[in-house]
Design a binder for this molecule. Sequence first.
Ligand code: UGA
Length: 434
Amino acid sequence: MKIAMVGTGYVGLVSGVCFSDFGHEVVCVDNNPDKIAMLERLEVPIYEPGLEGLLAKNVAAERLTFSGDLADAVSGAGAVFIAVGTPTRRGDGHADLTYVFAAAEQIAKSITCYTVVVTKSTVPVGTNRRVKEIIAKANPDAKFDVVSNPEFLREGAAIDDFMRPDRVVVGVETQEAETVMRDIYRPLFLRDFPVVITDLESAEMIKYAANAFLATKITFINEIAALCEKVGADVKQVSKGMGLDGRIGNKFLHAGPGYGGSCFPKDTSALARIGQEHAAPMQITEAVIKVNEEVKRRMVQKIEDLCDGSFNGKTIAVLGVTFKPNTDDMRDAPSLAIVPAMIGGGAKVRVVDPQGKREGLDLLPGAQWCDDAYTAVQDADAVVILTEWNEFRALDLERLAQGMSNARMADLRNIYSENEVIRAGFGKYVPVGR
Ligand code: UGA
């Protein structure tokens, strides 16, 4: 089937590449000519393990192309995916749907045969109905259906999540559209991955509810971690003990510096807005947003306490600044709150991140970038582990301690144990919730 993917951001690019790998003929469209030129040179603008190889493979097989010409890509396509950004609207926390609606209007004008217009972008409940109205108005003769097909990809594991999903959610209104979607996802149907076929509104809601629930789970354990510190419990043991209950599950129970990224902060805030607008306040989600901000402040306090109560004049090495490992994404990363607070308090901050420098350079003004952890800690007063990249999981702790003028560690991802850190020569070690 010919598929047009409108938007070559994170979701669009991963989905387009994976659909081409399923055997479909995919055109990825973007209105940024530099991005298209880059992709045509087989260069991937984002860091996502496995993506570059899969992209090159499918371009070579002539199933995957890139284009700036939306009309040409849409014309004759069996399905057109909208995968443009829905950032948080400045001022009110709502999802900004400008790009989605603009794409819908452009698509409408290029529809030449029965086309299924699929929204992959995360959009508030009711958006697909509006997309339907926009298309019908812009092109009253168009034969089309709209479908809601939210994505559940995790950055850093996106290809695997796409190829081996926990579930595929498809919100449809007609049998014809359902048949097209079954055809698109045929390789997954054949391998019996669960597919939830539902209505448009439920599909839209599933996405927000899932992300808000996961954000709640993380925030819950972060709050428990704060209490563990006060009462002398160990949050790692608590998570383990809780997670063994099949009803709770052990995933997303790792205490840390607060959730970040392009999804949880944006989607929790949009869900809270949707609730307010419909007089069904999302009180739990609202509390989660508030507590997550507090978690970041608590981390700043923790590091300041480690530095004898003041950042002033201290040199601090920060290991990891992306919102999680295996991504170059800095959006809403806890580092964006924590590092400026340290610099603002008078600290000299050195940062290391395997992929974060390109985006992080402008976002962390005043921070000094280093190539590796050992260089960053030279003569430092403290080291902070902020993102659990693999290379920070197996550090030579003795070498690290020897290079520092005052060997102290804040381990905000609970990677190490107090015993091993102290044994390696550190004077102080503070984890989270232990
Ligand atoms: C999240 C969801 O996991 C995906 O299912 C969803 O498709 C995606 O959002 C989206 O809506 O597009 P992602 O933002 O890539 O994926 O990252 P996660 O792996 O979920 O991590 C989010 C944040 O939570 C990170 O800052 C991470 O460090 C933090 N986290 C996660 C914890 O602090 N503790 C945990 O136990 C798990």
